[in-house]
Design a protein around this ligand. Sequence first.
Ligand code: MN
Length: 158
Amino acid sequence: MTSTTSQPLDPHLPGNLSKLFRHSGEFRWQGVIPTEYKTDDSSFQGVSRQVLVGENGESPRFHTRYFEVAGGGFTTLEQHQHEHVVVVLRGEGLALVGSEQVRLGFGDVLYVAPDEVHQLRNPGSEPFGFLCLVNAERDRPRPVDPNALSACEFRPAE
Ligand code: MN
């Protein structure tokens, strides 16, 4: 039986070797340089991004990134067809998912379904960091007007 979806995107990429991203402390990894979260708008605040796997010669169908939201910061309120898997590694924060607001802490794993409106927020003062896995081939996020959400009733899930 053949399955094309189990194949890497391009098994012949030169230099595509197994590698270890050694944690070097303070949620940094050897050889990984933090970059801008996004450069095209100002719909976010205090977010840094580190791409661990997916943009340096690897060929998975999924990318593995680490995001960190500083105290008071937040990611863009957005939606898109691709899914997210969020794995919390540092601190605590809030996830807005659809009309739900949920508290997240170390070890929590959040799945965000296709087209769900979502945002990650850090109302605290300590950094809030998480791995976020996404499809390698994915659609562009579409910003959501926060005013358009006013009809939704946000409520804590706990
Ligand atoms: Mn997203």
